[in-house]
Design a binder for this molecule. Structure first.
Ligand code: SF4
Length: 829
């Protein structure tokens, strides 16, 4: 294979079939800008993709100090040279003409350019004033899942031990906090049990609310290659949309929104009833089996069929496939995580693996997935949830240990309550107790639920908003100070993907204008604030990415996410490496829990767990009595119905989600011609039956409303579950006359105009999957199709006659079958 493929039309490229237990063949994907031949590239510099959580390793091509293309790294364990559409084309956004190049401050209601010292002086003055007058709790930091590890760690130290605030969280709260909570509930500690290599060995792959084809396209290529090879796996897919996985599945279940716990309890009921239990594993490694079995005893397929609106025979069929799997790999994402019983549902998937003994062996694993490239690092570094390196805020010895690493007193690290989750932080800002909110690398004016409320919070005069970003986003337009940030390939650092693989991303080119790496901005703030340790020395002792990484290694030593065996030199030139990596495991660790459950002991665990209904902490006393030896906890959950069921006024369920061509709020992908033209505007998906009942056809312009707001979109008629509407959440207002929100000339466009302020009680992850909505026709489409891609879950009904999505000549990339690893070494910049 050595050919050129339109990777917008064929997002997953060609197949390299392979059989079970065989290594995944290499395939190198390359894209160079028009007019650039391979011989014209001056340097290849190593990095990995920042537009999803897969961690696709690649080298960027540099010519005359500019990025001119990308090539997959064949040496890397994650992708073996393959790249997805966002990897291939997304780098072009770095050079967009409207990058922020100078700091901005608000004067007389307008944002005007200023020097770095003017901007930072203003931030420092506001910090000092608030800390002096109202204490450290008046300052909050809301970060992202897209910075580098070194940056989160620095932010965590300066926020927690410098400012002394408990209000630090990431937008990872929106997408990955349930993964972390579910792992803590079951295993006592965060940390992905499985590995992508499990795809090579599994005979059953179950995808729970995970549209892998669009969220992790390169791992979907791996599944497709297995499906095309000998002894292919059977797929079980739980998703209300006709995703590519659903189309390939042996069993596809499309439940009513918000009913995952009922479905999973019925699956567990059937697996237990049929005796597909690994009794030895359950006895050796778990507590709570009797309670779990009792809880699901009444959860028959007939019981769940009515709640989930799925035939009971189909539930039995799925349970039989899951129960008889020789090696089961499960993956989980937002269909589970963004609902009212998110953690309760995700934990039942862990339970399935625990009672079947499906952990720690090739092909037997759970991937509680992440959405963002460095979501794992926000969790590790204490910038999203618990204290750094998975330390337990309720365990005084963990706090004392962290205080020792930072050379501060334990009481200088806030641990009077759990670290404040993002939704609570915005509530504090709404109520006025938070007076300064520093937002880095995220766009809450598009991504948080109930946007009219979020815009009103961010627009308050009494709230001082700092935004650190690449572009003048919807959120930046509401800020008091805007700090221009450098992005990947313009700075050096590491980040860790969903299967614990750490990659190094080297600086390849200079940032535009006066834009600075986020690490430099945080270090500058810490220096200006003059944060000190308990001996009067500087609190932050590092000056650059590599010294920050070394400091993080000291913090991670002896903890589950132990990085002490890694160095920049070791991460350069070969493959990414999975943590823990230390003296005992110098090449990293493929699977956790190969030798039993390691971090659930009461003295070691990151969390004592929570009540799955209320979210209240279980507490150390109860945890010790429940789990004195530190086994995995089989935690049962009762099904509770969703909070906002459809009714006469709002007869549909509404769910939001992604397309393969865009990332988050489109700040980067909306500036990439190949990606943007594949999905240029918002649309709404509706089932054929509902479209017929409403007398709607493909392309009609409709208004979708909920009690919170409204948006306008064209209809795409698909095989989606009847009664459900789907709206992609990528579209905001930066490229509309409204700028930051709807106005007289700009109708609602963002999915989150519609969503509800509500969250899972355990993970505090907001709900984006279960609002009640209404829909009405505004204007006939007259044959014009919806601006939705035809390639994946948004594929139209066959009869609709919608032209296929293509990218044309500018979307052609080469794919080369290759085991040749020579000439693939990236150079450090
Ligand atoms: S807040 Fe102070 S007294 Fe309470 S556990 Fe922490 S260090 Fe001890």
């Amino acid at each position: 294979m050595d050919d050129s493929v339109d990777r917008v039309a064929q997002p997953w490229g060609g197949r390299t079939p392979y059989g079970r237990h065989e290594p995944w063949p290499a395939r190198v994907d390359t894209y160079l800008a028009e007019g650039v031949e391979p011989g014209m590239v001056h340097r290849w510099v190593q990095t990995a993709s920042v537009l999803h959580s897969d961690g696709d390793a690649m080298d960027v091509a540099v010519r005359d100090g500019r990025l001119v293309g990308v090539r997959g790294r064949v040496t890397d364990r994650v992708n073996r040279g393959r790249l997805g559409p966002k990897d291939l084309f997304g780098w072009q956004a770095n050079a967009a003409a409207d990058r922020l190049t100078r700091p901005l401050i608000r004067q007389d209601g307008r944002l005007v350019e200023c020097s770095w010292s003017t901007a930072m002086d203003k931030v420092v003055a506001m910090s000092r004033e608030l800390m002096g007058s109202r204490g450290p709790g008046a300052i909050g930091f809301y970060t992202t899942g897209q910075l580098f590890l070194e940056e989160y760690y620095t932010l965590a130290v300066l926020a927690r031990a410098g400012v002394g605030t408990n209000h630090l969280d990431g937008n990872t709260r929106l997408c990955t906090s349930t993964a972390a909570e579910a792992l803590k509930e079951s295993f006592g500690c965060d940390g992905q049990p499985g590995t992508y290599d499990d795809i090579d060995h599994a005979d059953v792959i179950a995808l729970f609310g995970h549209n892998m084809a669009e969220t992790q396209p390169v791992q979907w290529m791996r599944v497709l290659d297995r499906l095309a090879g000998s002894d292919p796996p059977r797929l079980v897919c739980v998703d209300p949309r006709p995703t590519p996985a659903a189309r390939q599945a042996t069993v596809h279940l499309a439940p009513r929104g918000g009913t995952n716990v009922a479905l999973l309890n019925a699956l567990l009921h059937e697996v237990i009833r049929a005796g597909h239990i690994d009794d030895g594993y359950v006895a050796a490694h778990t507590v709570g089996f009797e309670e779990l079995a009792a809880r699901v005893a009444h959860c028959t397929p007939q019981w769940a069929a009515e709640i989930c609106d799925i035939p009971s025979a189909r539930i039995r069929e799925a349970a039989e496939v899951l129960g008889t799997a020789d090696r089961l790999l499960s993956t989980v994402l937002q269909g589970v995580y963004q609902s009212h019983q998110a953690t309760a549902a995700a934990v039942q998937i862990n339970n399935l693996h625990l009672i079947r003994g499906m952990l720690g062996r090739p092909g037997a694993g759970v991937l509680q997935m992440n959405g963002q490239p460095s979501a794992q690092n926000t969790r590790e570094c204490g910038a999203n949830g618990d204290l750094p390196a998975f330390r337990n805020w309720e365990n005084d010895s963990h706090v004392a240990d962290l205080a020792k690493v930072w050379n501060v007193e334990p009481e200088d690290i806030p641990h009077y309550a759990p670290p404040t989750p993002a939704m609570q932080m915005f509530r504090y800002a709404e109520q006025g107790s938070i007076g300064m909110l520093w937002i880095s690398g995220t766009n809450p004016a598009v991504s948080l639920p109930e946007l009219s409320r979020i815009r009103s919070i961010l627009s308050q005069d009494r709230l001082f908003v700092v935004v650190q970003d690449l572009f003048l986003t919807e959120t930046a337009r509401l800020a008091d100070v805007v700090l221009p940030a450098a992005t990947w390939a313009e700075k050096t650092g590491t980040f860790t993907n969903a299967d614990r693989t750490v990659h190094l991303s080297d600086k390849a080119v200079e940032p535009p204008g006066e834009a600075r790496p986020d690490l430099e901005i945080f270090l500058d703030y810490a220096a200006r604030m003059d944060f000190r340790d308990k001996d009067g020395g500087p609190l932050i002792t590092w000056q650059d990415p590599e010294t920050a990484f070394e400091a993080w290694k000291r913090c991670s030593a002896g903890r589950p996410c132990d990085y002490t065996g890694l160095t920049y030199a070791k991460l350069r030139g070969g493959t990414g490496i999975q943590w823990p990596c230390n003296e005992q495991t110098p090449e990293g660790t493929e699977r956790l829990y190969a030798d039993g459950i390691s971090w659930a002991h009461p003295d070691d665990c990151e969390s004592y767990g929570k009540d799955l209904v209320t979210g209240a902490s279980v507490g150390v006393v109860e945890y010790r009595s429940l789990n004195p030896d530190g086994k995995a906890v089989l935690k049962a959950a009762e099904y509770l119905p969703p909070h906002e069921p459809p009714d006469e006024d709002y007869p549909f369920q509404l769910t939001t989600g992604r397309t393969i061509y865009h990332f988050h709020t489109r700040t980067k992908t909306g500036r990439v011609p190949q990606l943007n033209s594949a999905a240029p505007d918002v649309w709404v998906e509706i089932s054929n039956a509902d479209a017929a009942a409403q007398e709607l056809v493909e392309g009609d312009l409709v208004e979708v409303t909920t009690p919170r707001g409204a948006l306008r979109a064209r209809t795409r008629v698909t095989d989606i579950r009847p009664g459900l509407l789907f709206v992609p959440f990528h579209f905001g207002y930066w490229d509309t006359p409204g700028g930051h929100g709807p106005d007289d000339s700009t109708p609602g466009r963002a999915a989150n105009e519609l969503t509800v302020t509500d969250w899972d009680p355990v993970s505090k992850q907001p709900l984006f999957k279960t609002a009640a909505a209404a829909l009405r026709l505004l204007e006939r489409g007259d044959g014009k199709p919806a601006p939705a891609p035809t390639t994946a879950a948004s594929a139209p009904m066959a009869a609709a006659g919608v032209p296929a999505t293509t990218g044309g000549a500018s979307a052609h990339a080469t794919q080369t079958a290759s085991d040749d690893q020579s000439g693939q070494e990236g150079e450090g910049a």
